[in-house]
Each structure stands twice: as structure tokens, then as C-alpha cells.
Write a protein that binds this ligand. Structure first.
Ligand code: SF4
Length: 293
């Protein structure tokens, strides 16, 4: 049985630079606090915790003073930076440059919408760290929508500026955008008014380009093992996409999840993962598949 790892699978540059920053800090210090899991992958979180990385939440941060706290690639709202200043906490900022740029654009969009009585709408997972950071740019006024079921939260009498969390599905974002434009058009036909709908394509290119790479890779093997934490947005998106294309796709988080019966009559296995899946974990899974064989 041939076992191979998708060549381009593994951490995106945003996650790589966050982890490099952690490792650099922990070379000189025994401990570093991190606001939330550095990456949506338990195995990597466990590895880094052994080096001295301690995951905290915002409540715990409120009680800390005169220390260092790391902000992960997802970014944080302005209130976190304010809290750090008040508590003399040095921020080690690993916000991904793409997320940082999006935060700035959401802020600009918010100020423009405020001037013309409009609203900022963010398509993303409610409560997801990146979304919390984006909503924070709008004084917590942005409307968060996770599916078409949430569209009634939008006031179609007002201008709309729509953004997406960077790791959402581009196909679903397109469908949401089309629906909003359609409802806006119908609404304004009835009301004889014209308002702006501005759509910003803010899905990360690293995530959107992965879909084609993954599908092409899945066509070269009989079985795909997709390695991801269930809380990873891009992981679930890529897994579902691959599963819809190739039935013999299995979601696993570590080598213990592998089932021998998946490989009956199979000649080739492909291993892939989310932008938050470490390469070392995929290599460990490859070794486990080879030893089953
Ligand atoms: S998925 Fe894209 S936006 Fe998110 S951390 Fe990686 S590079 Fe940055």
C-alpha cells in the first residue's frame, strides 16, 4: 500500500510564524501565557504546553499583571490591548498579517457605515476568536451571520458592508452574498430606494487555494485520512469538501483514530490536513499507516 502526505498540507504561514514566536520566547523563559489555544489542534497545543506555554482566557488575563501574554494568529479586539496596557502586560503579538489587514478594513468599513447610517455584517462563526476580534473593530455593533437563517438580522433599509471570517467556505460565502444582494434588490424595488451593498472578499487565499489542491490530491489515492481538530473552521470546511468529492475520506485527530477496515482492498492512502495541522502529526500518521500495512 502506498502512503503519502499531500505536499502542500500543513501549517499556513500565519500559524508557522505564531509557533516560531512561541518557541523563540520559550527559549529564554520557562513560561508564556497565550490567550486561547495557539492553534486549533490539541496535539500541537499539548507539545507547546510541555515547553511552557500556558493557555489562559480573558478572565484569567484580567487577574495578571507585569507579565507577557501572547496573542495568537486569530487576533484580538481592541479591548484586549487596552487591558494589557492597564495591567502592564507585554503583548507578544502573533496576529496573522492577513487578519490584521482585515481588522483595519473592518474598522474603516465601520466608520464609513456609521457616517451613512449603515451596518457592518460579518459572515463567520459566532464566538470564534477571529470574529470576536473583528466585531471589536466596530464597537461590538457588527451583525454576525453564520448561515442564511441569520439574514433576518440584517436591516435591508440600510446600507450594508459585508465581510467574511478568513477561514469560511468560499462557496458558502458566495451563496450568502448572492442572497443578500437579491434580498436587497427586492427590498429596494418595493421601497423605491437605493442603498449600497459593499462586499469585501476577505477569505484567506491560503484556505481557498487549498480546496483545489486537496481535491486534486484526493483523486490520486483510494482513501484520504484528513487530520484536523473538530474546532478548526478551515479543517471542517476542507474535510467536508473532500468527503463530498471522495466518500472514502475519514476525519481523524491522531493515529489512535485510524481503523484498519478503512484500508481493505485499498492500494493507496493520502494524508492531508487543515492549515492548523502540524506536519509532524501527519508524518506520525503516515508511519502508523505503514505499520498497519
Ligand atoms: S489561514 Fe490565512 S488568515 Fe488564517 S492564520 Fe493562516 S494565513 Fe493567516
Amino acid at each position: 500500500m502506498i502512503v503519502k502526505i499531500e505536499p502542500l498540507a500543513g501549517f499556513c504561514f500565519g500559524v508557522v510564524s505564531a509557533i516560531n514566536l512561541v518557541e523563540k520566547e520559550l527559549k529564554d523563559n520557562d513560561k508564556l501565557y497565550c490567550l486561547g489555544d495557539i492553534v486549533h489542534n490539541n496535539m500541537e497545543v499539548e507539545r507547546l504546553s510541555k515547553l511552557g506555554l500556558e493557555v489562559i482566557d480573558i478572565e484569567r488575563m484580567k487577574a495578571l499583571k507585569n507579565t507577557k501574554v501572547m496573542i495568537r494568529a486569530h487576533g484580538e479586539p481592541p479591548s484586549t490591548y487596552k487591558l494589557a496596557e492597564e495591567n502592564n502586560i507585554e503583548i507578544i503579538d502573533a496576529t496573522c498579517p492577513i487578519v490584521l489587514k482585515l481588522q483595519q478594513n473592518v474598522r474603516k468599513g465601520y466608520l464609513r457605515m456609521k457616517e451613512i447610517g449603515g451596518q457592518v455584517v460579518i459572515y463567520g462563526k459566532k464566538g470564534h476568536a477571529e470574529v470576536v476580534g473583528l466585531v471589536g473593530q466596530t464597537n461590538n455593533e457588527a451583525i454576525v451571520i453564520s448561515s442564511k437563517d441569520d439574514l433576518d438580522l440584517i436591516n435591508f433599509d440600510k446600507p450594508i458592508h459585508l465581510f467574511s471570517q478568513t477561514t469560511m467556505s468560499k462557496e458558502e460565502y458566495k451563496a450568502i452574498c448572492n442572497e443578500i444582494e437579491l434580498r436587497h434588490k427586492l427590498h429596494n424595488q418595493n421601497n423605491n430606494q437605493a442603498h449600497d451593498v459593499i462586499i469585501t472578499n476577505s477569505i484567506c487565499g491560503k484556505v481557498s487555494s487549498r480546496s483545489k489542491e486537496l481535491i486534486d490530491f484526493s483523486d490520486t489515492v483510494d482513501v484520504v485520512l484528513f487530520v484536523s481538530g473538530k474546532s478548526s473552521s478551515n479543517g471542517m470546511y476542507l474535510y467536508n469538501l473532500c468527503k463530498a468529492h471522495k466518500e472514502a475520506t475519514y476525519l481523524i485527530s491522531n493515529k489512535e483514530d485510524i481503523k484498519k477496515e478503512w484500508f481493505e482492498g485499498c492500494e493507496s492512502v493520502g494524508i492531508s490536513g487543515a492549515t492548523s495541522t502540524p506536519r509532524w502529526l501527519m508524518e506520525e500518521i503516515m508511519d502508523a499507516c505503514i505499520s498497519i500495512n
